[in-house]
Design a protein around this ligand. Sequence first.
Ligand SMILES: [Zn+2]
Length: 593
Amino acid sequence: MAYVALYRAYRPQKFCDVVGQQHIIKTLQNAIKLNKVAHAYLFCGPRGTGKTTLAKIMAKALNCVHGPSIEPCDECEICQGIQKGTIADVVEIDAASNNGADDIRALRDSVKYMPAVGKYKVYIIDEVHMLSNAAFNALLKTLEEPPKHVIFILATTEPYKLPSTILSRCQRFDFQSLAIEDILKRLKIVAEAENIHMTEEAFNQIASSAEGGMRDALSLFDQTISFSIHDEITLEDVLAVSGNVSYKELLKILDACLEGNGTEALKLVDAILKEGKEVPRVINDMIIFLRDVLLFKSNAILDDRLEFHAQEFIDFAKKISKTVIYDWLNHLNETNNTMRFSNQKRAYLELAILKMSDIKLNEEANLLERIEQLEHTIHMLSMTKAEAPKPQPIEVNIPTREEIKQMQAEPISEDPVEEPKIEAPKPQPIVTSNEVQVEEIEEILNSASKSRKVRLQAIWKQIGLEYSGMFVAQILVAGEIVAVNENKLIVVLNDLGFCNRLMRYENYQKIMEIFETFNANITDYICLPKGIWNKIKADYASKYSQENPVVHLEKIKIGVLKRKEPEQVENKDEQYEQLCELIEKEKIEISED
Ligand SMILES: [Zn+2]
């Protein structure tokens, strides 16, 4: 006998077997009980959530020899016939393969005949959004004046693709993704019936990997059974089949990041990649893990998975702040978006890991440099040009022309991720070595306005929400507004690298555009690292008084590069110009998140 997939073999045959969607089942049963069955239903929802299963049970309940009743007997010949697909009164159409108008016209012609054995003709049209326009029009004609004995049940994962004329004629039910407990419950019933032994951890992993779809859960279960050579299926078996990363491994990686131990985190990531896990899956699993930590911290965990009771998980959740989680989620989401079209997915993942580890160690320059190098490497690797400038730390003077020539002559390192060349020089044509001066800060502080600051803080929140996909905007709003005067702003950031990045001309332009959309009336800004700001703040506070409101600050080294516009670059040498252009282009590509 041919093998029947578990999800087919264990498809619920009665309403009482269905897990989840209880509100929909109640409503359908009430309609049957009160004799108020609609002539057209629309079942919408993610795949594997029971839409066609419920449609078939509904068809049975209506046509059962003992019905219509709120539960089919599942034993009479009509119930059995519907299950086997041998009763002509219940017609299943897969619109994904029958999207022609002809099929629907044939359907329209057959609609007028009375049911052969049952009480209703039930047409179940799966993936109804796939119908062609002509087919929709033909269907619409039938829906407009349906014979009393006909019931349509349309199922779709994409209801927004349906014409409103169809939508308005159906009673709509939205199916929800299944809760993990519901999936677990069903999995355990199936495992018992099949006499399969599996550890609790493995059950949990299947249920959570399925992302709310019962069909996916049972398919994964099926594959794992074929894969496992043990008497009892283990978590490792499930992970090997699903490609997911276990909570324990994720916890170790993220814990290393939280401790600021980027090296250790990279080592752990390397180990799981060697096991054959794919980068996008790893990132996705990290996002889901962090979401769970966030839910746990908000006491919003609804399901009762084992992982949430593990002491390490609880300790980690207590240790990490929500701010850090949001920050990490930003990094990971950004990585997800930017690496999609790249072959260098691994470098992107490593970069994200280092940025995440950087949150604690942002004063440590070498890590920052490593980040800049990796960013550069990613770009270099993806560039087809054989010749390109080398990676460059930000704080350097403009190189001489000789130095530039020398750099151009050097080949690109084959594997810069493994062997970073920290000493590589680099031209910085747009930002010069000029630093922001204390006087400029002084001017803003002496004319600062509290009401402007409050207004800007409100705008900050909006920017954070509306520009969540733009990296520079996210760096900006991660900073704290410390002073605003009529049109200038001082923002304090956690690290110097980010300050300098925001001061780059192309980023300045982007930020100015954003300010403009909020009518913020800001024409310039200065970014300061926290350490410098603390010194300035202490100096300012010690000198300020009501009698003496204009303060002269001590002249200290700020270390943040001054923004310089491209036309201000004085050197007009042709080769130099070309190089500038190349670097500019590349920087924009990198920063266009
Ligand atoms: Zn029956």
